[in-house]
Design a protein around this ligand. Structure first.
Ligand code: AVI
Length: 320
């Protein structure tokens, strides 16, 4: 249940500090150092991501919004009204808010790992839409989708916009989609945005913008790591690398050491040679056909899709 004093917000993200530390330290010590992209999102990281969404080079947010605007009544007809609208990775909740009028949800459940950022967003939504029951949940839904009893099972409409599904490998994405499918009753479904494959120069620019907002977003992860594992990363020793890997069909983001550095953290250390990288994010791009196959593999039934004129992005409504 939602604790008294904070009736509209529940923090389920009490992953043990030790579990987080072990996950991070294992990743930093791996031969090819890796840190999960979820650690890009502390409060500043969430704000930097908001700024990315306004960049001319970062087409996904604008293109997806255009699809919703153009096809809103058809999308609402397919998804239905009066749902329990569960927003995965809600951030500032703005995308969901823009659909409230058309979808008329009975309950709105924004979920995000960036707990403090979400808490503020939930307060704003409650003030703007006093007629909708809002129950914010701070949790890492990539681990589990066990929702509290207070979240109705009937008519669950999961909302996963922005092609965040691309930040998982196709194998992990299939598993997550399967969990979403299992969390729906038969009258539920998923409204999801997916970035489609396109020419490399467009993709490269979107993840390595001219004024360096994406670089700041990536580099900010080092500050977050300093807090989480008591490390001594100096941001000035690292540079952002972001490019489309055509062979693997994915954007890759890395942090590359500008010079040889030894990083120390509570209980360990690692030397990084000049040019050595920490892999911080993948962002897979799909063809329509491959993504529909993924939804089918996850157990979804009929799917309706909408796209933009350039076919750069796709919105799908998949029935459970
Ligand atoms: C949140 N996610 C879908 C973004 C993406 O496009 O993969 C994160 C991002 N990384 C760099 N720019 C945006």
């Amino acid at each position: 249940n939602f604790p008294s004093g904070q009736p509209h917000f529940l923090q389920l993200y009490h992953r043990d500090a030790d579990v987080i530390r072990t996950e991070l330290v294992d990743g930093l010590q791996a031969p090819m150092a890796t840190v999960s992209p979820k650690y890009l999102y502390d409060a500043l990281g969430s704000k930097l991501f908001e700024a990315i969404c306004q960049l001319p080079e970062y087409y996904p947010t604008r293109t997806e919004a255009g699809i919703f605007e153009r096809h809103l009544s058809e999308i609402a007809r397919s998804a239905g009204r009066g749902s329990t609208f569960i927003d995965l990775g809600a951030g500032n909740c703005a995308k969901a808010e823009s659909l409230f009028h058309a979808l008329q949800p009975r309950q709105y459940v924004p979920i995000d790992i960036s707990v403090d950022f979400l808490r503020d967003a939930v307060e704003r939504v409650r003030q703007r839409f006093p007629m909708i029951a809002v129950s914010g949940i701070g949790m890492d839904f990539s681990c589990s989708l066990d929702l509290p009893e207070t979240i109705r099972r009937e008519k669950r409409l999961f909302f996963y916009p922005g092609s965040s599904i691309g930040n998982f490998t196709p194998h992990e994405a299939a598993a997550l989609l399967g969990r979403i499918r299992d969390a729906c009753n038969r009258d539920g479904g998923l409204l999801i945005g997916v970035d489609l494959l396109k020419d490399k120069p467009v993709l490269d620019a979107a993840y390595d913008d001219a004024i360096g907002v994406t670089a700041a977003f990536n580099l900010n992860m080092l500050r977050h790591l300093n807090t989480l594992v008591d490390a001594d990363f100096d941001v000035g020793d690292w540079r952002h690398v972001g490019f489309f890997n055509e062979e693997l069909g994915r954007i890759e983001m890395h942090l590359e050491a500008r010079r040889s550095v030894t990083i120390r953290w509570d209980g360990g250390e690692r030397r990084f040679r000049q040019g050595e990288r920490i892999h911080t994010e993948n962002s897979y791009k799909y063809t329509r056909h491959d993504f529909l196959q993924l939804l089918e593999r996850a157990g979804f039934g009929s799917v309706q899709t909408w796209t933009d004129d350039r076919e750069w992005f796709m919105v799908c409504h998949a029935r459970a």
